[in-house]
Design a binder for this molecule. Structure first.
Ligand code: ZN
Ligand code: ZN
Length: 273
């Protein structure tokens, strides 16, 4: 089955389309499971520059999703989710708010690192790669231990998307112990990782990098899902055949998707179909 566990509609500050338009695109792509996971960026409140950025209106988003949930879109499962961006100071808020909603899926992501936004070049300016990457990996390890519920660990290697070091890969000897520890922790906690195709970089067409996916598999990790991280309808399901082929090549046979936080496995369909 074709699935897509991660996308954004107009309720996210960087999304454009109504959820209905995104859903129609998902149907046209032949998806059997499609999740809208709006940005819940409580971490921005503790950012130097972005603290005034518009936050998701969760009650309004929920109201809209509730309506769509009751519509039959011809067999496609429409999942209601959020992408909760980790920040230690925001943790009590997430703990209180997330439990108020019957989400299908919660993605635990990192976008900001100790008050700096990894999206912008200024975050990296004048900083050594090892310092930045170790800070990211340590924060990622910390984020796995949050007290609120989450299902998927978002885009591992996000840091490689926006920096311009000569070799942006996370797969370098000095980081491998930390990556192994992360993957073991994810497996021990029975969480899922995503193949996130929202990246345009000569290094890789998806995150995490293939070697990290292979290591996850070798360590016994089997919970994996596909995520386009689409922000416009035309990106829903983007690069799905590539992700399915890579997953199958490595040995994965099933996607894991979440319905009311319950993991459901579906076979990875023929990448060419
Ligand atoms: Zn993200
Ligand atoms: Zn996202």
């Amino acid at each position: 089955m074709k699935v897509d566990s991660h996308s954004h509609s107009k309720y996210s500050h960087d999304g454009r389309a109504d959820p209905l338009k995104m859903l129609e695109a998902a149907k046209a792509e032949g998806l059997g499971y499609y999740a809208v996971t709006e940005h819940l960026d409580r971490d921005y409140k503790y950012c130097r520059k972005e603290r005034f950025l518009k936050q998701l209106n969760l009650p309004r988003y929920y109201k809209r999703v509730e309506k769509l949930r009751s519509v039959d879109f011809g067999g496609i499962y429409f999942a209601f989710g959020v992408e909760a961006a980790y920040c230690e100071k925001a943790t009590p808020w997430y703990e209180k708010e997330l439990k108020k909603y019957d989400f299908d899926v919660v993605i635990n992501s990192i976008h900001t690192i100790h008050g700096g936004d990894a999206y912008f070049g200024r975050f990296y300016r004048g900083r050594e790669q090892d310092e930045v990457y170790n800070e990211y990996l340590d924060l990622l390890a910390e984020s796995l231990k949050v007290p609120y519920h989450y299902d998927i660990v978002g885009h591992i290697g996000y840091i490689t998307r926006y920096c311009d070091y000569p070799n942006v890969s996370l797969v370098q000897p000095q980081y491998l112990d930390k990556i192994d520890a992360l993957l073991k922790e994810i497996i021990a906690r029975d969480k899922c990782i995503e193949i996130n195709t929202h990246i345009r970089h000569p290094l890789t067409e998806f995150l995490p990098e293939r070697a990290i996916l292979e290591r996850y598999y070798a360590l016994g990790g089997r919970k994996i899902t596909f995520s386009s991280d689409a922000h416009v309808p035309s990106d829903v399901g983007a690069k799905y055949p590539l992700a399915a082929r890579v997953a199958k090549d490595i040995g994965f046979t099933e996607w894991t998707v979440y319905k009311r936080h319950i993991p459901v496995t579906v076979p990875i369909d023929d990448p060419e179909s």
